[in-house]
Design a protein around this ligand. Structure first.
Ligand code: SF4
Ligand code: SF4
Ligand code: SF4
Length: 181
């Protein structure tokens, strides 16, 4: 339950950890600060979620997060603090596999958490049109000396150290040669 009178439809492109963090951020901002569980507990929960979305979380963090969520829920004075942990608890219950993918495999299955993503050009699909390189704001895409088999133009590749993971290249490539992993 997140408030009332609203319905949010999500699919496999929504990361449940990111969603839980998003809703918690709202309650962290809205907390009036009168009681400690809500004032401090929600912040600590947000910090754990932030670590997880950045690939720095551990399996133990999931237990800590759950324990803290029940403390905040059970000991906050008003409805805001009492319901703030709900998105965390329900996503942990129904989408624990997504949390585990973040902390164990260091992957975001939905492809949302930027720190866990990498962009690559599949050389056998690249036609060397150069459109992605023109759109890249970080100048991370360059021509390599590789020429794809059967193609006349050179293939391009992405410098992972320069890439800021904006996704503009994927949207640009009409040959679907760029993948997000
Ligand atoms: S639970 Fe209610 S009273 Fe307590 S800090 Fe949060 S908003 Fe304030
Ligand atoms: S837009 Fe696609 S086909 Fe064109 S250079 Fe980039 S990856 Fe290759
Ligand atoms: S994701 Fe953005 S920054 Fe990274 S290579 Fe593609 S366009 Fe450039």
């Amino acid at each position: 339950m997140m408030g009332s009178g609203g319905l949010i439809v999500m699919d496999e492109d929504n990361c449940m950890v990111d969603i839980a963090k998003f809703f918690l951020e709202f309650t962290v901002d809205e907390s009036c600060g009168k009681c400690t569980p809500c004032r401090i507990g929600t912040k600590r929960m947000w910090e754990i979620l932030d670590r997880i979305t950045k690939g720095k979380g551990t399996v133990e963090d999931l237990d800590k997060l759950e324990e803290l969520a029940y403390h905040v829920k059970g000991n906050s004075l008003c409805g805001l603090g009492q319901t703030a942990p709900n998105p965390v608890l329900s996503t942990l219950r129904c989408f624990r596999d997504e949390y585990l993918a973040h902390v164990v495999d260091k992957k975001c299955p939905a492809g949302v958490c930027k720190d866990l993503l990498s962009f690559e050009i599949e050389k056998d699909k690249c036609f060397g049109c150069g459109m992605c390189a023109k759109q890249c704001p970080a100048e991370a895409i360059t021509v390599t000396d590789y020429t794809a088999p059967g193609k006349k133009k050179p293939a391009y590749s992405i410098d992972k150290n320069k890439c800021v993971k904006c996704g503009a290249c994927i949207a640009t490539c009409k040959f679907k040669a760029i993948i997000k992993k």
